[in-house]
Design a protein around this ligand. Structure first.
Ligand code: F3S
Length: 59
């Protein structure tokens, strides 16, 4: 599983951090993945919660 994250598109809404704090945190008003390999379900929730779809999960 690989997480692709388009930081340019992130509007800093914080939904990813709310649903998956294990892997997402806010840094300088943008989301920041703590690691690129981690719990799939948690990151899938973050991807679907993001209003601008800038998180993509490759299985
Ligand atoms: Fe950014 Fe989407 Fe998270 S806009 S803060 S990656 S929910």
């Amino acid at each position: 599983m690989k997480i692709e994250y388009d930081k340019e598109k992130c509007i800093g809404c914080g939904a990813c951090v709310a649903v998956c704090p294990d892997n997402w945190e806010m840094k300088d008003i943008k989301a920041h993945p703590k690691k690129t390999e981690s719990d799939l379900d948690c990151n899938k929730e973050a991807a679907s919660a993001c209003p601008v779809q800038c998180i993509h999960i490759k299985e």
